[in-house]
Ligand binder design. Structure first.
Ligand code: AMP
Length: 216
């Protein structure tokens, strides 16, 4: 399985990618997680990425494509991988096609997580993330037992800067403009695209993902 998970911020692709990758024993590659780790570590990549991330803007393609090229070239990706949050532009998709063609490991499918913008806006503004382990909670629909404390690890939960309303508007608008064209891109490059209704409960979406990638 060499998969791309497409979907707007908050569509739940990260949650599904994490579970499926663990089950299949393949790496889950989230560019957002890689950037957040770099920001936390204060590396030059993190300093550069933070300028864009805090505003909800995309990190420039040159930076992001190089990062993913290195990652998919690592030995653990030879058995498969799930890309979550990459590609987000046609330039990134073209770069990935070239990188994977060079190693003879083309994508096997693209799963598209569809959720309406108003549902996402509600999910994201209420989303809280653990600083320590990255676990997600929702202060309205799935609050942590103690406010501000992660149920999984006891770390502090916080609202990401890019989960604030202005940044969310930018991210949703960017998605429509720059990422939606990838559905046609993959259809034109013979990569099977499966769109699923990701507004359903997590377990229903998980079952749909498994059907989509032939692991039902
Ligand atoms: P995410 O956790 O996937 O929502 O990503 C958080 C932020 O990281 C995004 O809002 C962007 O600033 C940056 N980012 C993640 N993936 C990409 C990408 N493929 N291209 C450009 N920027 C990205």
């Amino acid at each position: 399985m060499r998969l791309v998970f497409l979907g707007k911020a908050g569509a739940g692709k990260g949650t599904q990618a994490k579970t499926l990758a663990a089950e299949a024993g393949i790496p889950h590659i989230s560019t957002g997680d890689i950037f957040r780790a770099a920001v936390k570590a204060g590396t030059p990549l993190g300093v550069e990425a933070k300028r864009y991330m805090d505003l909800g803007q995309l990190v420039p393609d040159e930076v992001t494509c190089g990062l993913v090229r290195d990652r998919v070239g690592q030995p653990d990706c030879r058995t498969g991988f799930i890309l979550d949050g990459f590609p987000r532009t046609v330039t990134q998709a073209e770069s990935l096609q070239r990188d994977l063609a060079a190693v003879g490991l083309p994508l096997t499918s693209c799963v598209d997580f569809a959720v309406a913008d108003d549902v996402l806006f509600e999910r994201l503004t209420n989303r809280r993330t653990c600083r320590k382990c990255g676990a997600i909670s929702n202060c309205v629909t799935a609050p942590s037992k103690v406010s501000g404390v992660c149920d999984a690890c006891g770390g502090e939960t916080y609202q990401r800067d890019d989960d604030r309303p202005e940044a969310i508007r930018t991210r949703l608008a960017d998605y429509a403009l720059k990422t939606t064209p990838l559905l046609a891109f993959y259809a034109g490059h013979h990569v099977p695209v499966v769109t699923l209704d990701a507004a359903r409960p997590v377990s229903d979406v998980a079952a749909a993902v498994r059907r989509a990638v032939g692991r039902a």
